[in-house]
Design a binder for this molecule. Structure first.
Ligand SMILES: NC(=O)c1ccc[n+]([C@@H]2O[C@H](COP(=O)([O-])OP(=O)(O)OC[C@H]3O[C@@H](n4cnc5c(N)ncnc54)[C@H](O)[C@@H]3O)[C@@H](O)[C@H]2O)c1
Length: 430
């Protein structure tokens, strides 16, 4: 994408941000009940459905999971949340054929985003797809092509796009008072839980082969099963891709930047050797045309000197530093003795998710595209995936956004697309 296009997009984006500055008012009055089919009924399916039930006018009429213990538990959640039981499937291809669906909630782990997403597009169904968009960059391109062909409504699960703190900080940065952004830095440190990595039989309720799906069939262990897949290379692909992506996306939304042109990353598994397969310590430098964005994480619990800054984005500007996180945003003037200003967020707890889900539901009813479209999801996902490619190759990589290539680096270029395990076939045919 050239600078002029980016600039136009940013101006369009700024207008949209301004329009969204007052977060959507949540309300129960919904004109038409929407039937949702859920793919993957774990932790976050519950969070998204609680948000949908809070907004109102939504009923899960079908769901599928490859673990019957998970689907049984979710049926019980549905009885509590909506007073009715959905029909249960084990295969997403059958779920998508369920009569009367208005949209699909895709909350399987990332190794299982591309194929169900594309199947839903081919059926013409709107999709609320959780982040990251895909496991690899080429899958994401195939998903964008499928959505473009179908023209279906798609929202990607970056709920911080609804946060008043992120929008207010963005408006302040645009006002120019802090000066030009010279460098940004995003960070999330936390103490990762590391379940048992010993290979063992999967729970009898879990179809482990299908859970791995297109990813390599690794021996089951709780360290790569439900929820823990985040820090496994072949599924979640680590903390930057899993959680860091939220702050990378928020930074992109706030500033209108696209994808990086050069990426370097260094780190390793220094503390959790033998327990996880992605870095517990990472520093990545993403050079965008506009400014560099640094990502840092530590997963063993060592915090910032002030833990209030463990999770958030710093914008180091010519005159001031602006910090933003879910609960507040802050201005730190550089003048000696000047006091910081702290602006608490108005949105609390799951209100961001509720507003994001409401945005999607309104758009499904109106047949419009919501605030976080698939191209946004792809650019944020591609950015963190490039970070991991730079980490794995231990080289500075250049990214050509126009051709979606990593010129002059065959090893890195090959990582744009993962090998699919048969019988599953990679959807990118380019
Ligand atoms: N927006 C956010 O803040 C946020 C937070 C957490 C998770 N997420 C996203 O939500 C998604 C789910 O995460 P989670 O924490 O709920 O994971 P989880 O492990 O708790 O649940 C995933 C479920 O999907 C099921 N599954 C796996 N393969 C399947 C298939 N082929 N068909 C049907 N079901 C399948 C698993 O058996 C499991 O029950 C991920 O994409 C994750 O990144 C988003």
């Amino acid at each position: 994408m050239n600078n002029a296009t980016k600039r136009r997009e940013f101006l369009g984006h700024a207008g949209r941000l301004a329009a969204m500055a007052a977060p959507a008012v949540l309300g129960k009055a919904q004109s038409r009940k929407l039937n949702v089919g859920i793919i993957g009924t774990g932790w976050w399916a519950g969070v998204d459905m609680k948000a949908a039930w809070a907004v109102g006018g939504v009923e899960a009429t079908a769901l599928c999971d490859v673990d019957t213990a998970m689907s049984d538990a979710f049926v019980a959640e549905c009885e509590k949340g909506q007073g009715s039981k959905p029909k249960v499937y084990k295969d997403y291809r059958e779920l998508i054929q369920h009569p009367g669906l208005d949209f699909v909630l895709l909350t399987a782990p990332p190794q299982w985003h591309a194929l169900p997403f594309i199947a839903a597009c081919e059926k013409g169904l709107p999709v609320y797809c959780e982040k990251p968009l895909a496991y690899d960059i080429r899958e994401g391109q195939a998903m964008m092509a499928a959505q473009k062909k179908a023209g279906n409504v798609v929202q990607i699960g970056f709920q911080r796009r609804q946060s008043d703190a992120f929008h207010d900080a963005a408006a302040y940065l645009r006002s120019g008072r802090a000066g030009k952004i010279v460098q940004a830095e995003a960070t999330i440190h936390y103490k990762a839980g590391t379940p048992d990595p010993t290979p063992q039989s999967p729970p009898v309720t879990l179809d482990w082969d299908t859970w791995c799906g297109p990813a390599p069939l690794r021996p089951y262990s709780p360290a790569i099963g439900h929820r823990a897949w985040r820090l496994e290379r072949t599924t979640g692909h680590g903390h930057l891709v899993d959680w860091g992506i939220h702050l990378v996306d928020a930074t992109r939304m706030m500033t209108g930047i696209g994808t990086p042109k050069r990426v370097q990353a260094t780190g390793g598994i220094y503390h959790y050797k033998g327990k996880i397969t992605t870095p517990d310590t990472l520093v990545a430098n993403f050079e965008f045309d506009e400014f560099p964005l640094v990502w840092r994480h530590r997963l063993w619990g060592s915090q910032e000197i002030d833990p209030a800054y463990n999770n958030g984005v710093f914008f180091y500007c010519e005159n001031e530093t602006v910090f933003v996180t879910d609960s507040r945003w802050e201005i730190h003037p550089s003048a000696r003795g000047a006091q910081k200003q702290v602006m608490p967020a108005k949105m609390k707890g799951n209100e961001m998710s509720e507003a994001h889900v409401k945005d999607f539901l309104d758009c499904v009813r109106a047949g419009k595209q919501p605030s976080c479209q698939i191209a946004d999801g792809w650019e944020s996902t591609a950015t963190v995936q490039l970070g991991m490619i730079a980490y794995h190759t231990a080289q500075a990589i250049k990214f050509d956004a126009a051709s979606v290539t990593i010129p002059g680096n065959k090893e890195a270029q090959a990582m744009l697309k993962r090998e699919y395990r048969k019988p599953w076939q990679h959807p990118w045919k380019g």
